[in-house]
Design a protein. Structure first.
Length: 337
């Protein structure tokens, strides 16, 4: 099995029941999750040897993280123990026309205090095929910007394919702060998950002409990004049409060698849980690239994986690659006998 490494913060998620405000809730559903951890869980279910790098507290919640990851086949040897708390976030579940709302409680978490000196990147990247990171990690502290940069540099030294999801969160930092950090990271990235808004507000690309279609605009932005960062070989994102919190249309895109490949549209209604849908899509793209599928097959697989994730609760996608291919081939709503 190919070795995959992901690095990031895993948090405790506490969610309301649908139709309930956080301020009125008297019980919450509990899950563990985080962007890079979610990608790692998906890739583990796809059959890869996944290692998650992070820092967690030495308390029952830290133990819960280990058990969560191990239950999905993710290796925890590279987890550093220390600090006093696990980052937490509260999800007020959306329904109908009311959007979901996230409230973070992650300051001073164990992961935010992770130091480069605590990680042996030569051991971590030994024999690895892929390293995945997201923009959430450098958003959390200046020291984590250093960790992210050195991790990408070390991965490239070891000949590891690198993946970066911009994953901008306005509640964590400004456009300017993110743009400055990304400029230092992107020269070491092979695969970049970014969309139109990332191109305009984080990477400084001028807006595409309004006369272009949605697909043509994305090609415009991706070609401009490729001019600035010729090292980026693949760019990917999704088109999401939001009809309500419970009903979305989803399409995936993958830009390779100057061409944009677009998946079929998935009409997802009702949505059980949208959180982690983007991570499931990213894992699907990474699977396609690791398995050298055609670009069209890769983006179709990724969109199908993301659509399936929307049907289960929690942050993580637990479908195998066989189940994703079966869903993509058979379509939705059919009984599998």
């Amino acid at each position: 099995m190919k070795k995959v490494v992901t690095l990031g913060e895993i948090m405790l998620r506490l969610s309301t029941q649908a139709g309930e405000r956080l301020s009125q809730a008297n019980q919450l559903m509990m899950h563990y999750g985080g962007g890079e951890a979610n990608v790692g869980v998906s890739l583990s279910h796809f059959g890869y040897d996944v290692y998650f790098v992070s820092k967690i507290p030495n308390n029952p919640l830290g133990l819960g993280v280990k058990r969560h990851l191990q239950s999905h086949g993710v290796h925890t040897e590279y987890l550093v123990t220390g600090g006093e708390r696990l980052g937490t976030y509260y999800l007020e579940t959306g329904i109908g026309e009311r959007s979901a709302k996230v409230t973070y409680d992650r300051k001073y978490s164990s992961f935010s205090k992770l130091l480069v000196e605590e990680l042996d990147f030569d051991e971590i990247f030994k024999d690895a095929a892929l390293f995945h990171l997201s923009g959430i990690t450098p958003a959390l502290s200046a020291r984590l910007q250093e960790v992210a940069l050195i991790a990408l540099q070390k991965a490239k030294e070891h000949g590891v394919m690198t993946s970066f999801d911009c994953n901008y969160r306005a509640s964590l930092w400004s456009h300017q702060e993110a743009a400055e950090a990304f400029q230092s990271l992107l020269p070491y990235v092979d695969i970049c998950f970014c969309g139109e808004l990332d191109a305009i507000y984080l990477l400084g690309i001028e807006q595409a002409p309004d006369t272009l279609t949605r697909e043509e605009k994305l090609v415009f932005y991706y070609k401009k990004i490729k001019e600035i960062y010729p090292n980026i070989h693949y760019m990917s994102s999704t088109f999401r049409d939001v009809h309500s919190a419970s009903s979305n249309d989803l399409q995936g895109t993958l830009f390779v060698d100057g061409s944009l490949y677009v998946s079929e549209k998935h009409a997802i209604n009702p949505i059980a849980d949208r959180v982690g849908g983007g991570d499931a899509f990213a894992a699907g793209i990474l699977y396609g690239l690791l398995e050298t599928l055609s670009p069209q097959s890769s983006v179709s697989f990724a969109a199908a994986a993301s659509a399936l994730k929307h049907t289960i609760y929690g942050d993580c996608n637990t479908f195998t690659f066989e189940e994703v291919f079966q869903f993509a081939e058979n379509g939705s709503g059919k009984i599998l006998r």
